[in-house]
Design a protein around this ligand. Structure first.
Ligand SMILES: Nc1ncnc2c1ncn2[C@@H]1O[C@H](COP(=O)(O)OP(=O)(O)OP(=O)(O)O)[C@@H](O)[C@H]1O
Length: 769
């Protein structure tokens, strides 16, 4: 492959080749040329390096067999290596001498040349004015009381600072209070769908007691809420707990994968009125827990319907739906209390912010004569356009960044957004898979040995002491606290590179489906409660339903696998009327076509990567570890970007663990790239990826070999590097639950189903059920 974009640590100079070396491999002309140059005394790269570089190079060759390091002594390098060396020796296009200290000169390729041209031109945009929020509480409604819900519930809501209903709540609550029909609830992200079904359920259950204590935890389960992920189930359960706190005779619980089944059984035996569950675990208890009596169940809520189907829960859901259908609805409790205030039949409510075919399928499976409840005026049927809209006040933008520049641009962007203290406190970066998340987290965090030399800071997460960011209310015991702190120590750290005078500390979090459940829970808790500027690097495992207060910015560093996922990802900000920003990174070329699609969800503005680099890199750059690449005063932002890139590459070369993480991240990223939905693959065309440039974004100087199954090299005339997916190609093992579920090819999807099932029984990257 071409050498453009390559960055080398060669020092120029002469030196003998070993005379006994006999050249083999390559073409006859190559061998001749090599012999000639050997005679003339030109040195191979390894011999020409300084002692430090020599050592690193040896290490590198041992570790990963990169480039010529893989070849036997005397074996000729490939043409590309020769070309690379030639450009290095002569400072040919794409390479320049790095302005380093004398005696340690390095040749660095220019990050800014040999990049594909951006095709789209953007007209100068008017300054964005935030429109009226579309998911905010309605100012036209006096308060929740006007929806005729119990005054005690209204008081509880007021204590939670919730005064007025949102538009969807105004629509759903009255319907569920007075009807016994099924419903399909569709509303924007962050519009308060959770309260819209919880409040009418609680109101009607409270009527059973007439405000007194006639019913108890053993009166029966009245509602089952099914959530696709453990996090979402726990979150919904927490909201429910807050609402029923003033009514201690009512009890709720969450039953989710990853928790002790025995403890769950014991809770079910003691009696539960409201059950929040993940589908797999619910199906399991329906099969195996006799104490779970479904006779009193009047509501089945299917939250995030499309995701439930995406994750391959169809069979589990069918089981639960069938089990409920088969059990006769009881009208009185054993204690003789009439269940009349409850609906006279079992009601199913399906909620989703987006509408995909699979949601319709779930609707067919679970709903009968359902009422469609959406905010759009007079919408009796599904409005496809409305479905794809993000909240109006969410400011969206895109950055078209050449692959080589992605990593430095990301860092510059983070540095600039966090430098506006008070503007961005919490940001989420979405990446395609767990390995990619791990690599970026590891690279962005202050290394442990470097941290030891830093003074302790007030918000810093520590290994030995409970995190200050962890709310004390939810951490009842000291041992639970120290467990939480032990868990977050694996996923929470102080960030390097992206801090500034305005934000001297940014707390970094990572989250994906391969982490154990306690770690996932503790990480989210820490991110939610963090008082310092904080950043969560995550996969799509965090894209659905998660309600993390005050997320100001969502960055899609890797675009979502489907447009619906994009809507859910960006919906983690701008919730309940708050403002928020979302930025997507796109590559020049085919990916630019995605901008047209983005327009369906709003009016994205364009950000130029040059201005991002300028803003982010012209403030003081600090590196957490010493390498020969050091930012210098007076450097242009181009030079600074190159210095930063060189420094990152050098860091990988001196650390096997990070290097391996980069290689795994790269490979998983490439494989994940092949799994965009069929309709959108035209914008995410793997054959257009320049692997050498993508490798740069992982701090690698060459793409590692063995990309693996699913992708194979495609020889095409006139193009440098081509890859294609093999039919039915499957995503990398590392792929996250939610991303992997986007595979739209039948064989791959079937494989995913099998994999989901398999993983549900043990520790899994899916962590579902
Ligand atoms: N009436 C209200 N007034 C103010 N805040 C509200 C109101 N209703 C809900 N919220 C808040 O809005 C946020 C989003 O609510 P919720 O998680 O139910 O949204 P959602 O519609 O389910 O979003 P998603 O589709 O992303 O899951 C929560 O923090 C919730 O406390």
């Amino acid at each position: 492959m071409a050498d453009d974009g390559m960055l080398m640590n060669f020092e120029l100079g002469g030196g003998p080749l070993k005379p006994q070396v006999k050249f083999k491999g390559g073409s006859w002309r190559d061998r001749k040329r090599a012999e000639k140059s050997a005679k003339l005394g030109s040195r191979p790269a390894a011999a020409a390096r300084g002692p430090d570089d020599e050592q690193r190079s040896a290490k590198r060759q041992k570790i990963d067999g990169f480039g010529s390091g893989r070849r036997a002594e005397g074996e000729l390098p490939h043409r590309s290596d020769l070309a690379r060396k030639k450009t290095a020796d002569h400072g040919a296009p794409g390479q320049k001498k790095h302005a380093g200290p004398p005696g340690n000169r390095q040749v660095v390729s220019r990050l800014f040349s040999f990049n594909p041209e951006q095709k789209t031109t953007f007209e100068e945009e008017e300054e964005w004015k935030e429109p009226e929020a579309t998911n905010a509480p309605l100012l036209t409604v006096a308060n929740f009381g006007s929806l005729t819900i119990s005054s005690r519930l209204v008081e509880t809501l007021a204590k939670m600072n919730l005064e007025r209903p949102t538009a969807i709540q105004q629509k759903v609550i009255p319907h569920m209070l007075s009807n016994s029909s099924d419903a399909f609830v569709q509303a924007e992200t962050g519009s308060g769908k959770t309260f819209s079904y919880l409040l009418p359920i609680l109101h009607r259950v409270l009527l059973l007691s007439g405000g007194g204590e006639k019913i108890h935890r053993d009166s029966g389960v009245f509602a089952i809420i099914v959530s696709p992920t453990r996090e979402l189930a726990k979150q919904t359960h927490t909201v429910l707990e807050q609402l029923i706190r003033p009514f201690p005779w009512l009890v709720s619980t969450a039953i989710t994968g990853g928790e002790s089944k025995k403890a769950e059984k014991a809770r079910l035996r003691k009696g539960i009125n409201f059950l929040v569950a993940t589908p797999g675990r619910l199906a399991d208890h329906i099969d195996n827990t006799k104490a779970l009596n479904l006779g009193t169940v009047r509501w089945l809520i299917l939250d995030e319907g499309d995701r439930l189907m995406d994750l391959g829960f169809e069979e589990d859901l069918k089981k639960a739906i069938e089990a409920l259908k088969q059990v006769e609805v009881s009208n009185t409790l054993a204690s003789g209390i009439s269940l009349e205030p409850l609906p006279d039949r079992r009601v199913t409510v399906l909620c989703s912010a987006t509408m995909k075919l699979n949601v319709q399928k779930l609707g067919e499976m679970s709903l009968a004569d359902a009422t469609f409840l959406a905010v759009e005026k007079g919408a009796e049927t599904v409005d496809e356009q409305a479905v794809h809209k993000a909240p109006a006040q969410l400011h969206q933008s895109h950055i078209i960044v050449p692959a080589k520049l992605r990593l430095v641009t990301l860092m510059a962007y983070l540095k600039s957004v966090f430098s506006r203290r008070g503007h961005t406190m919490k940001a989420i970066i979405f990446m395609s898979c767990a390995h990619t998340v791990d690599f970026h987290y590891e690279l962005l965090k202050i290394p442990e040995n470097a941290e030891a030399s830093q003074p302790p800071s007030k918000d810093a997460p520590s290994k030995d002491t409970p995190s200050k960011d962890t709310p004390s209310k939810d951490t009842p015991s000291k041992s639970a606290q120290s467990k939480d702190s032990e868990n977050v120590s694996k996923t929470v750290a102080k960030a390097a590179y992206i801090t500034s005078a305005a934000s001297p500390e940014v707390v970094l979090h990572r989250m994906h489906g391969s982490l154990s459940q306690p770690v996932r829970t503790a990480t989210l808790k820490s991110f939610s409660a963090c008082k310092s500027p904080s950043l969560l690097i995550t996969t799509d495992v965090s894209s659905r339903g998660l309600d993390i207060p005050s997320v100001d910015l969502v960055i899609e560093y890797d675009p979502a696998f489907s447009f619906d996922d994009h809507i859910h990802r960006i919906g983690r900000t701008a919730r309940a009327g708050r403002s928020g920003d979302a930025t997507i990174f796109l590559l020049p070329g085919a990916e630019e076509g995605y901008i047209e699609l983005l327009k369906a969800s709003g009016s994205p503005s364009s950000l130029s990567y040059e201005s991002v680099l300028q803003k982010g890199l012209m403030t003081k750059l600090e590196f957490p570890v010493e390498t020969t690449a050091k930012p210098q005063d007076g450097q242009t932002y181009h030079d600074k970007a190159e210095t930063l890139q060189l420094h990152l590459e050098q860091r990988l070369l001196i650390d096997n663990k990070r290097l391996e993480m980069a290689r795994n991240g790269f490979k998983s990223h490439i494989r994940a790239y092949a799994t965009h939905t069929k309709e959108e693959r035209v914008h995410f065309d793997i054959t257009q990826l320049h692997l050498g440039h993508v490798a740069k974004a992982f701090g690698l100087r060459d793409p590692p070999g063995g990309i693996g199954s699913g992708i194979e090299r495609k020889a095409q005339k006139g193009k440098k590097e081509h890859w294609r997916t093999v039919k039915g190609g499957k995503k990398d093992d590392d792929s996250d639950d939610d991303g992997a579920a986007k595979l739209d090819q039948k064989p791959a999807r079937d494989a995913l189903m099998r994999k989901s099932k398999m993983l549900m029984s043990g520790a899994s990257e899916f962590n579902i059920g």
